[in-house]
Design a protein around this ligand. Sequence first.
Ligand SMILES: *Cc1c(COP(=O)(O)O)cnc(C)c1O
Length: 376
Amino acid sequence: METIEFVDLKTQASVIGTDIKRSIDRVISHGRFIMGSEVYELEEKLSDFTGAKHVVSCSSGTDALLMALMAIGIGPGDAVFTSPFTFIATAEVIGLLGAVPVFVDIDKDTFNLDPVKLEQAVKNFNKGDNTGLTPKCVIPVDIFGLPADYQTINKIAHKYNLRVIEDAAQSLGAKVGNNMACNLTHAATTSFFPTKPLGCYGDGGAIFTNDSDLNEKLISIRVHGKGQHKYDNVRMGINGRMDTLQAAVLIQKLKIFKGELRKRDRIARKYRERLNGWIQFQKIQDKYTSAWAQFSFLSKDRRKIITKLKINKIPYAIYYPKPLHLQKAFSMLKYKKGDFPVAEKVADTILSIPMHPYLSDEHIDFITQTIVSAVN
Ligand SMILES: *Cc1c(COP(=O)(O)O)cnc(C)c1O
């Protein structure tokens, strides 16, 4: 049996590598490495794909979050609610702007931000130690590719005058009913890090919105706060552009992305059939589809499973072993163990197994049999 890859970019390259190389060659020929026509072409295609009116491509998923917060006007004295069960970038950008991340525990079944706890946190806000801060924004995360409960979150945000940014770094291609991820709330951000569902060959990201005013600000922030032209600077911005070469790669990969999503979904179904009863799956609610950035499950026997996976050379990962409220980087926020019991419990028992569109039936059988033998 061939080695099992956690994410198989080599097989993908054997499918569309020639098209990608041609696309890269075209950029080398025309020489517009910064903001070449491919960048705008990609933005248009992503707008068609998600239904979001405006798409601003940028340098990474982290910069996408940073730029979105900057465009909304988040800064010192502001509080931004988010999940403690995510990649550090989601909360890091809040702190970088001098605002304060306020964590809200996750739902025990979906692992996404719990809207009931969000409303409690907003209601109780100035009763605690947060006096002086103004609640401004919430960043729900679509963890492992599954959209958060935006229907409820959007209502709460409206009621308390909060902006919502969907961290869709893992969920491009997911759906709620007929609505695509990245178009479920005021603004959304995604990442094209190579191992995300739609990855480029380096760093890249994008911001999505239907708000024309926000779009104008994002375009300005992306290039040092430019106004009418490059040397007219009207606000603080960053160097946040996507390379033309990365756009050229993504245009080709986007052509096969829908097919890849269908394959991911089929693999997830097989995993769920074969592992049913042995482990606890992430709950996918009615009308929701996941982009399956990761296939992750809970098991109290995680250590036993890992031992068997290692023996059998099956790659695995733990996303995320330590919730953000317990990270040293946020020690100044004075959170302690026990503050977010669901996130802590999930972090202690979560495990991710190989997930990519090119996983063979033979590999799926081998992986699931290995897991069942570990917990049996
Ligand atoms: C990957 C990721 C990011 C950051 O994206 P980069 O492109 O690596 O900067 C942010 N949030 C989440 C949830 C992610 O998974």
